[in-house]
Design a protein around this ligand. Structure first.
Ligand SMILES: [Fe+2]
Ligand SMILES: [Fe+2]
Length: 195
């Protein structure tokens, strides 16, 4: 399947990913049932990991020329690493753990801060400095995303979607709906989110 002919620019794609993750965050409340919490966290974390890897492989290096030596770009990778540590901690405990809510809220705050910096500084800079390359970079990101989604624990994603159907239809878009549907079909036979 070739999605490259329909892929948006890289900055549009990054903004879409951000808003899908924010939508997942807003579904999480202290009183949410434990199974739903686990599903929301599982889906949000997988989407975040894929998004961070795509930025590090494609977006940040492209921006490196325009923002060489700029702290606002250089702090991005360490912020992703911190996010990955927090995700690993969350995965190692369950929603029944007393610190689960606090840890997820902390992750949400960090991600929101990081996203705000990207949207106010990095994306506008890319749109000025890399204007002629945004489409091509978007194609590369779409292609790489499909590979990462195929590699990224499809079983974990399937388990997450069971309890979060309305959320899943959002989040799946951000991690490659077509690729994901392709991954899940043989295992689950579930077709309800292919609207
Ligand atoms: Fe980022
Ligand atoms: Fe981002």
């Amino acid at each position: 399947m070739d999605m490259s002919s329909v892929s948006p620019s890289i900055t549009t794609m990054i903004r879409m990913d951000h808003s899908h993750v924010m939508a997942a965050f807003h579904r999480y409340h202290a009183e949410t049932s434990w199974w739903r919490k686990r599903a929301i966290v599982g889906l949000a974390c997988t989407a975040l990991e894929i998004h961070a890897q795509l930025e590090e492989e494609i977006f940040y290096p492209a921006l490196g020329v325009a923002m060489a030596g700029d702290d606002r770009l250089e702090k991005s990778k360490p912020e992703h690493d911190k996010m990955r540590e927090d995700i690993a901690k969350l995965r190692s405990i369950g929603p029944e753990d007393a610190s689960y809510d606090a840890r997820f809220m902390q992750l949400m705050r960090e991600v929101m801060h990081h996203v705000a910096d990207e949207e106010t500084v990095l994306l506008p800079t890319a749109e000025r400095a890399l204007a002629s390359q945004l489409g091509e970079l978007g194609k590369r990101m779409a292609k790489r995303r499909m590979q990462l989604v195929a590699e990224s624990r499809p079983a974990a994603i399937a388990a997450s979607t069971v309890g979060t159907f309305p959320l899943a239809s959002f989040a799946l878009m951000s991690i490659g709906a077509l690729a994901l549907a392709h991954c899940l079909r043989p295992a689950s036979g579930r077709r309800r989110y292919r609207t």
